[in-house]
Design a protein around this ligand. Structure first.
Ligand SMILES: Nc1ncnc2c1ncn2[C@@H]1O[C@H](COP(=O)(O)OP(=O)(O)O)[C@@H](O)[C@H]1O
Ligand SMILES: [Mg+2]
Length: 284
């Protein structure tokens, strides 16, 4: 079994879950994330995204229901080490994830803790730095790097542990647009070239455009799940839960509302330009 499965999963941070009217951070989630896919989880602040991420690698255990990673139940303590080896996590703040004073030592830290033999650590560090495009920085001091570069080092540290899945929880949130682009490109390349399943958690709509699948969360529940084109063709529904859409989607949506016959679910500037050109040439 190569996937991550949520079966009727709910979670509350409340210590006394038997009381009535307690707040659930995630509610009755049923979800399968297939190995090899690239998934984006979208939702505004407090919608339950981080809780969902922490349930995947057993940082949190379900209050009810079951989470399995490649068939391993996260509630079984004996599985936790193997689950953490299988699912790597990258968080928001790159500065909190750097532990060493030299890049290559930082990347080696994870596999060292896993007891990987030294010669293999060396090849893993090389592989990981190469996979995030940071090989030439291997002897640099992490604190001298840009935010995007630091975050790529944090990702390399995770890759060096050879995970099958990588979860990036708002890992672009503290970066400037250039740094965000670096991380998105890195995640994309890990999925396509290294066959690592990527779960990108974000509240930036534009980051969802190139995913295989977009899962939208609101108030602890999954409210939409499908291709980016499907999700972004439901502009009204996204707006109702306080989410914006990419600008090209918004433009065509507003024109359609004014009676212009334009397709829904367009996400990129190029596709919007093509659709507008086609429409204008028809002279309607
Ligand atoms: N450590 C915590 N203790 C209590 N409540 C929490 C804690 N972390 C998150 N929550 C609550 O759980 C809900 C979901 O939060 P979270 O999973 O962090 O959402 P997101 O990552 O989408 O912002 C929110 O209502 C939040 O206030
Ligand atoms: Mg969060």
């Amino acid at each position: 079994m190569s996937n991550i499965v949520f079966e009727n999963v709910s979670y509350t941070y409340t210590e006394q879950p038997n009381l009535s009217n307690i707040p659930f951070a995630v509610k009755n989630i049923n979800l399968t994330i297939e190995k090899g896919s690239s998934v984006v989880i979208l939702g505004h602040n407090g919608s339950g995204k981080s809780t969902l991420a922490k349930l995947i690698n057993g940082i949190l255990l379900p209050t009810s229901g079951k989470v399995t990673v490649n068939g391993m139940d996260t509630s079984n303590q004996e599985n936790i080490l193997e689950i953490r080896r299988t699912v790597g996590m990258v968080f928001q703040n790159p500065d909190n994830q750097i532990v060493a004073t030299v890049v290559e030592e930082d990347v080696a830290f994870g596999p060292e803790n896993l007891g990987v033999p030294p010669h293999e650590i060396r090849s893993r560090v090389e592989y990981a730095l190469n996979a995030v495009g940071m090989s030439e920085f291997r002897l640099h001091a992490p604190h001298q790097l840009s935010g995007g570069q630091k975050q790529r080092i944090a990702i390399a540290g995770v890759i060096a542990m050879k995970p099958q899945y990588i979860i990036l929880d708002e890992s672009t949130a503290m970066l400037d647009p250039y740094g965000r682009r670096e991380i998105l490109d890195t995640a994309h390349s890990l999925n396509k070239n290294e066959n690592i399943t990527t779960v990108l958690i974000t509240h930036y709509m534009e980051e969802a455009v190139y995913a295989d699948r977009v899962i939208v969360m609101n108030d602890g529940s999954v409210v939409m799940d499908g291709s980016p084109a499907y999700v972004f063709s439901n502009v009204d529904k996204l707006k109702a839960i306080g989410l914006d859409v990419p600008q090209p989607t918004e433009l065509l949506y507003l024109l359609s509302k004014d009676g212009h016959k334009l397709p829904a679910g367009i996400m990129t500037v190029k596709d919007a330009a093509d659709a507008l050109e086609k429409y204008l040439l028809k002279g309607e």
